[in-house]
Design a protein around this ligand. Sequence first.
Ligand code: HPA
Ligand code: ZN
Length: 342
Amino acid sequence: METNNILEFICNIPKAELHVHIEGTFEPELMFEIAARNHITLKYRDVEALREAYQFRNLQEFLDIYYIGSRALKTERDFYDLTTSYLTKAASQNILHTEIFFDPQTHHENGVAFPVVFTGIYDALQDAEKNLGIHGDVIMCFLRHLDEASAFATLQQALPFKDKIIGVGLDSSESGNPPHKFVRVFEAARQAGFVAVAHAGEEGPVDYIHDSLDLLKISRIDHGNNSKDDALLIQKIAQQRIPLTMCPLSNLKLQVVKDLRHHPLKTLLDNKVVATVNSDDPAYFGGYLNENYIAIQQALELWHDDIITLAKNSFEASFIDAAQKQTYIKRIDTFVSDFNAS
Ligand code: HPA
Ligand code: ZN
């Protein structure tokens, strides 16, 4: 394979996205439009001023702005438009399947009830499947800076929709909010039929990854960067095929890594970890999924075989059924042989 066609290869290969917060896809243009129709005044003069504020030294500085942005979202139509806008972009990047996080407690605090949020997101997914050919599932996250009682109340609100939500996750401020705070609510969620994932080892210590696996019994780790210095953990997640959903541009923008050349993705792949590439909060971090693939490809000098592995991992690591996974993986094989022949 020639080496100068890697960008085209990345953009066109079929792939899944497994770590994207719908609130983090809220582009400034759409935020101003939705705020105006809801008669909400944003703190920033215009789109450019808002974008200029997107400079973060750590996760908390980002979260502070991200939660303020979400206050513009009020109606089912707002959530529908937000989700449709992300899915349109995702489909244009050859994403065939996406698993979308949302933060019900953020919207509850903004006075927006769970069914309003969920129905807007869900209807957009249904329409995008018909109109854009992209499939999507939804994972609801508990905010770890809030308490267990609030997480339990959110789980209750989700139960009427449980057949339409595949899993529960854990996000927000990691340091100081360890997984053990949520053992009982994760247990209850798993009993109710949800799969479990959690952000772990983004800024928090490697112990939070161990505890998310052992106490919360998660099936997939979001970020997981701090597994990098724990050889036994790497061996365990590789052997048990517990995937990591990594987010290179997020890590760079939140200074989890100082330089993408130091990102652990390639080492983890070389150690047979089911690592994947994702966008996290693309409206805030300067790139959607293909831009994340391109940035990490350039920084770590990944080549076609690594990209194929990442794309196949993205389907393997997803929560779709085994037959569907095989169908998608065959589509990658067909894409690669057509690409080689062209
Ligand atoms: N980490 C934790 N919480 C989040 C993130 C993240 O990267 N993005 C949105 N909520
Ligand atoms: Zn995230």
